[in-house]
Design a protein around this ligand. Sequence first.
Ligand SMILES: Cc1cc2nc3c(=O)[nH]c(=O)nc-3n(C[C@H](O)[C@H](O)[C@H](O)COP(=O)(O)OP(=O)(O)OC[C@H]3O[C@@H](n4cnc5c(N)ncnc54)[C@H](O)[C@@H]3O)c2cc1C
Length: 396
Amino acid sequence: MTIAIGRRRMMAETGALLSLGALAGCAGPMTKGSPSFAASSSVLQLPRINAGVDRITRINVCTRPFRPQGPRLDVESIAGKTVVHNYGHGGSGWSLSWGSSAIASDKALATGEKQIAVIGAGALGLTSALTLQRAGAKVVIYAKELPPNVRSSLATGSFTPASRICFEEHVTPAFKTLWEGMCRRSFLAYQDLLGLPGDPIEYIDTYAVVDSLSGFQPRERPAGDTRPEFARLQRELTPDLIVRGPTYGPGQHPFGQRYVRPTSHLMFNIVEYSHYLLSEFHQYGGRIEITEFHNAAEFARLPERTIINATGYGARALLGDNSIIPVRGQTTRGIPQPDVHYGLSYRGNSFLPRRDGFLFQHGGDEYQGFNDATALPDRAEAEDTVKGIAQLFAGS
Ligand SMILES: Cc1cc2nc3c(=O)[nH]c(=O)nc-3n(C[C@H](O)[C@H](O)[C@H](O)COP(=O)(O)OP(=O)(O)OC[C@H]3O[C@@H](n4cnc5c(N)ncnc54)[C@H](O)[C@@H]3O)c2cc1C
């Protein structure tokens, strides 16, 4: 792997909302969603978040399936089957799922087969299956685990389509076209899922809080850091997809002498959203078989001749694909409050008001958890993260 130093900038606002932080510098038309800050109120009225460590319900650890060259979407012949791959989406799997699965489904349908197998029931497997069904195919999902026991169920739940999607050195003009197509197609698909019962998908405002205005400036990478840069495609290719609000200074928000900038963006309530995806799959007559494949030769036992392989991080062991690098991430869940409907990021910690449980996350830089497949929760980190958000309300 060649080491690209290239553009040596990191964003000041990091963490779970890394991509949102990256977008904080992008202005876009105020046309999407219903951001509360767009009401041009000069003082933000935000209900207090009850962020106590005694309200932690669960600490989850999970691995992102990162590939330096980006997701795998090629077609292979394995064990007499046509196998279309749809895995390796790093920290962007939910966000890119509909666009990526549309590409995989088109390739599967191009074989002429009408009965298609999908291996995997995470973000990519479920959207592949539904996309095939909507095109008239009969689909069976084969998977070792279903939601809520898939890795996708442990994600943050933000529209972050460029988060750890590939290294900058692999961004060719063709990859830009591919990524932008997946991103915009997914974005549109999510617009069609707004307003459903239970709000599986909704817009929220997230407030980036900094101690001084310089905190909004991009941060230089430390001198001597020669690690490859992660691609930052969103700012260049889709700056219009997240809405940015004005800067609020001291006296205009509940966070003391700090400065605050909102963005309006899509949030996925993953419990309700997975329920929606599975229900719709069954309504189309889909069938699920719980099974594990120990190697690709076992694909031979499936009756279907065409397969979409959406096994995520599992593809590393299943196919011996060592290009998949685990990127460990920890999220801390807490008791939700119905009146709190906004997100926060402050000093590398972030908060999302997920309806299926408040979600706290410590970000660090994008290399946090890189090449780390360990799954042990870190309670001290979880408590520090919650306290990091709670300190914003100290004195209020
Ligand atoms: C902490 C964290 C936060 C994240 N936040 C976000 C976010 O905010 N937004 C976003 O877009 N993305 C986010 N991601 C990334 C996203 O979660 C992943 O990109 C996505 O979950 C990958 O989905 P998948 O369907 O490929 O894999 P998985 O969810 O892992 O699903 C794989 C499926 O394949 C099955 N399987 C695997 N191996 C086998 C086998 N051998 N035999 C049979 N079945 C098998 C599994 O049982 C499962 O059903 C986050 C990831 C992490 C870790």
